[in-house]
Design a protein around this ligand. Sequence first.
Ligand SMILES: [Cu+2]
Length: 497
Amino acid sequence: MQFTRRSFIKATGAGVFLPAIIGRAWAAEGGVPLPIPEVMDLGSGTMGELTAQLGSSQMLQGASTETAGYSQAYSGPVIRVKRGETARAKLGNTIAEPISVHWHGLHIEGHQDGGPHSPVNPNEVIDAALDIDQPAATLWYHSHIMDRTGAHVWYGLAGMLLVDDPDAADNGLPSTYGEDDLPLVVQDRIFGSNGELVYEPRGPSQMMGYRGNEILVNGAIRPEASVPAGMVRLRILNGSNARIYHFGFEDGRTFMQVGADGGLLPSPTPMNTLTLSPAERAEIIVDFSDGAAVRMLSGPDNNSPMGGMGGGMGRMGGMMASPQSDANGVFEVMRFAVNSSLTAKVSTLASTIAGAPVPDFGAPVRRRSFQLNMMGGGGGMMRMMGGGHGMSINGESMEMSVINEQVALGETEIWEITGEEMLHPFHVHGTSFQVLSNGGRAVDPAQTGLKDVVLVDGKAEILVRFDRTADAATPYMYHCHILEHEDLGMMGQFTVA
Ligand SMILES: [Cu+2]
């Protein structure tokens, strides 16, 4: 397949280049205070209410932006649930199309999971009951409707979900919400000439995954957090459709990773760059005791198919919308300012983390293979260009009526996932897993922790077991979390019984 640059632009229209350029016209200024989402605590039998709605958000100066959210204009509350309880919420929808609430990372049964088979139709209200039994963790929730997940999340149907474990040992980590324990939902977006969100994936921007040129944290463009002069816990969710971040601080400071997708790590891991692909989470501890203001930055996302497309530009990556950056592609995510009137509650970090989960997967009894295909069977690329489901797993594009795999309850397996062309963040519903190897290298589970997304670098092996059931009416999903890939069919369904 050969493209000239001319035919490429013609074929993709405004979907790739123009919105990025128009977005620049806003020259959106960062530095507004970091929004701290309200907490919806579903502990102790509290009935929550989560209604998908359209709204108007002030993201840009001088323009309002039509957005979507759960019980708010954009995004949703931070939901807290407790281990050992059943969390309950009424799920509503005032939007003119079906949405869902998928509880990403919760170990709950298929009928509770909120996937494509569990829509909330317009003007419908359904009761959600979630049986919570897993380690404390930073999770999230988002709409997960067949063909529409990318658009729904882009416009705002996503929020953070925290599992608390009242029986876990005191971990000593900062835990005062909104003060030294901050949720950070990081998303990239494109704004059009009237301030509207632009989501037009097609052609290469669909194949590579749709990226934006403005960085939002909790719905605000490059905001500033006010933090105490001590240890601060950042719960970071990459809520972007496709962008991979390489987070760090402008002074190169070391920080400690203390949590991954599925819970806390056994001991803090020092680092100065944290890579998070779409849907991955990490909890990090940053020491602000020196009182210095500092910016959080990210390195460039070069995840794109290699090869001759785009002529002189070499890689297709040059075609992606990207934030204003320095010569190395490094761009600002947000800023931190130390406020001496805030009390620093935690000033030291233990060398081991009490209460961290101790996984026990047992010995695997079988191996299962998943081949992520950028092309489906039978002229996939052409089908994709025509708007069909051009991507697939094991040669099969996602079909709502097809159960692709049947998994036995409580049996440990090794899943071998092979990707092509790009790195693919592979997500599995209903459980957490351990990564055994990735890119041909063994992985230390003590450093990566419990996961529900693995960024597949060529080939990855994961150790996985399901302790909840999913029937054929409401099966679990496995899929690429580049949402355009998911919507193009890089997804499959499985039962657990
Ligand atoms: Cu993918």
